[in-house]
Design a protein around this ligand. Structure first.
Ligand code: DAK
Length: 259
């Protein structure tokens, strides 16, 4: 597929999806969503160990859903558009490998929601987050009302969603929305450095960790710990578990193969 609004960059450690619609500060329209869905499908390949999402330029990660495209939607069209967004966020969230949002500038509305669907959020010092939908007469439509509270707590999520106020990277870090902050120049290189580190680890164990954390979250503790036991037990069917434990006992560095 030829992409018009994103760039898919495949590297040894994994891949980067770069939102690239500078004239609208990388705002998401339906065409971009379908390109992202395609790119995420490509990233399902076992050769791709980690996925980074970022925006082109220094000003925006994603400045939200495209307001021009949304403005005149009939409620039934809005629902279809919302479902397309949900499907995209869910594809990202359930991709069985680590995902990092490298948030370089504005991440508003749908931009924050994409970042929330990633496993981790690294931000540049000039990053700004927010759910400004209320200022447009709407509410978050791509999972913000659900995922934001799960990550930063319900009270803080309500404050952000009700007010439509933006928060900067420092505040986002303080409330646990962001894992790490870097200078604008260092953001992507540092995200890649972290991705390289993860890419060298046992990919099946990473997949099981993500599955157990994500799917256990909404279960009772009993069911969730049962799920964890199953995920952990499955790691013992892998060569990487034998290698990791042998290497420890033999006092050498492990050489993981992904098998
Ligand atoms: N959509 C379309 N164009 C956008 C845009 C957006 N979200 N954000 C920026 N642009 C365009 C601007 O219109 C402008 O285009 P021209 O006028 O040059 O043609 C260009 O990008 C540069 O923007 P500015 O001139 O405004 O740049 P500034 O530096 O002055 O301001 C800003 C940057 C990010 C503060 C400002 O652009 C801004 O406030 N942008 C809008 C932020 C926002 O409200 N985003 C939308 C959040 S709502 C749903 C599905 C999804 C959603 C809701 C419901 N269902 C289907 C039910 C999600 C909604 C959202 O994401």
């Amino acid at each position: 597929m030829d992409y018009k609004n994103i760039i898919l960059q495949v590297e040894q450690w994994g891949a980067a999806i770069i939102f690239n619609r500078p004239k609208a500060l990388n705002a998401m329209n339906a065409e971009t969503l379908s390109e992202i869905q395609h790119a995420i499908s490509v990233c399902k390949s076992d050769d791709i160990k980690v996925l980074i999402l970022t925006g082109s330029g220094e000003k925006a990660f994603v400045a939200g859903a495209d307001i021009r495209e949304m403005q005149n939607l009939h409620p039934s069209e809005a629902l279809a558009y919302m479902e397309m967004g949900h499907e995209t966020m869910r594809m990202l969230e359930t991709l069985p490998k680590p995902t990092i949002a490298a948030v370089n500038g504005f991440a508003l509305g749908g931009g924050t929601e994409i970042a929330l669907s990633c496993d981790m959020r690294f931000a540049s010092e000039n990053a700004r987050f927010g759910q400004p939908e209320i200022l447009l007469g709407s509410i978050p439509g791509w999972g913000g009302t659900q995922r934001l509270g799960r990550i930063i707590g319900m009270g803080r999520a309500k404050e952000i969603i009700y007010s439509g106020e933006q928060i900067d990277a420092k505040r986002a870090y303080e409330i646990g929305l962001v894992n790490r902050i870097y200078t604008v120049d260092q953001l992507f290189p540092e995200a890649v450095k972290f991705a390289e580190k993860l890419a060298a680890l046992p990919s099946f164990a990473l997949k099981m960790a993500k599955h157990s954390i994500n799917f256990g979250y909404d279960m009772s503790l009993d069911n969730a710990t049962r799920l964890e036991a199953q995920c952990c037990a499955q790691c013992f069917s892998m060569e990487d578990q034998k290698e990791g434990m042998s290497a420890f006992l033999e006092k050498r560095k492990p050489n993981f193969s992904g098998r």
